[in-house]
Design a binder for this molecule. Sequence first.
Ligand SMILES: *Cc1c(COP(=O)(O)O)cnc(C)c1O
Length: 507
Amino acid sequence: MSHDARDGDGAVPHLTPEEFRKLGHKMVDWIADYWSRLESFPVRSQVAPGAVASKLPAHPPEEGLSGEHAWDAVFKDIEDIVLPGVTHWQSPSFFAYFPANASGPAVLGELLSAGLGVQGMLWSTSPAATEIETRVLDWLAELTGLPEAYRSTSATGGGVIQGTASEATLVAMVAARERVRRQGAPADSQWVAYASSQAHSSVLKAAMLCGVARGADDTVHVRQLETDARYALRPDVLERAIREDLAAGRRPFFVCASLGTTSSGAFDPVGALGDVLERTGVKAAGGWLHVDAAWAGAALVCPEHRGLLDGVEAVDSFSFNPHKWLLTNFDCNAFYTRDKRALLDALSVTPEYLRNAASASGAVIDYRDWQVPLGRRFRALKLWFVLRHYGARGLRAHVRGHIRMAEHFESWVSNDARFEVAAPRSLSLVCFRLKPQPGEKPEATDARNRALLDRVNASGKLFLTHTVLPAVDGQPPRYVLRMAIGGTYTEERHVRAAWEALSAAAA
Ligand SMILES: *Cc1c(COP(=O)(O)O)cnc(C)c1O
């Protein structure tokens, strides 16, 4: 149809390939320039609530864009409306939460995925989307030292890309419940899931979503257990809780072990937790051990951290986020299970309109059956490009560099009499605080630390966040600052500058 023919009904021509090429080049240039000026922005956005919205028209545009320079206005809005309201997660001085790495290869993969516009719900809806995902996840399992039982080449295991660690936990939980039910537990059992008090809130949320928990305050069906002096789940506490629940006729079915808690990076003893499931008979009844290694899993590319996997033989599913510390932009969670059957039993529903010969043959994977949504993007491309660009050696150097910086930061903190390291350093995460002054009340120490955090974040020079560590060793709960090092572009000098800013602000 010619443009003229459509003018009458208001149809706006699509971008021609030539127009798209020009604008696309301009957008890539914009991103490249953005990355080179990252250090010039205040790291945390400084706008007030509503400031961004106030710059947007109240109503959607009636007329589309037209004319050769029409998109100039869009690029201007990126600068004037978007940028001020952006917290610069890719800034080398972003040390808040956990990192959310983006990288050139990943963004190129994301662009290609959008350009192909594939919806890969079934193998047959784009064989490449499925088969590249399967192979790349097998590579990642090999790179992180996961056992053969998690690979697609094993009899019953395999990996899949989920959107997030939260979805991975939800999927693991519904698979667990279905497995226990199929082994004879009544569907209306009093299901109980376990994690430490330091586990991510997504465990509770998953239990709420699948009806195990009757609300966010249901402590009967989701037990958030007390931790040890290093904030790790205690096997004896887990065992006692499970035995109590069994004695009360409830049905323990799911344990989430954290490798690298969000708060302080604590590592639960996976092997010992697996032993508890075995000893209490929960494993024999079909009970499930899931490992949430959302952030720390990336470190497993380095053989020196593989000790964290001790006991992984007892684990039913394992997930981590390449979108945190492995150079792959959000969203990309690598989820592995040794029991894909349980996943399919819980998640597979086949309406007539999705039936096809390839699926019926049983020779292909349909990843829709491994996740909550039906549709799925071609996310394997970005992970594939990252693995090809950096190679295993490059990924190890990425992780090791950040851990080295964290070791330096830790030593600066411990050598300054005003400060203390508040929890054992975990990989590239350091929890620290201003020490209590003689006779100071705990609330006053907390208040001084909160004020320090507010001061440095307001400066725009860096951004970090806090946590509250639970009471331990007779100490009350403590408000502490978290230095989470791991930005794609973070170098030693940025960490040094952050320490100098903190030190000056504490004076
Ligand atoms: C970040 C984090 C999560 C949540 O990750 P999403 O991918 O955003 O769902 C879950 N668990 C742990 C331990 C985390 O650090």
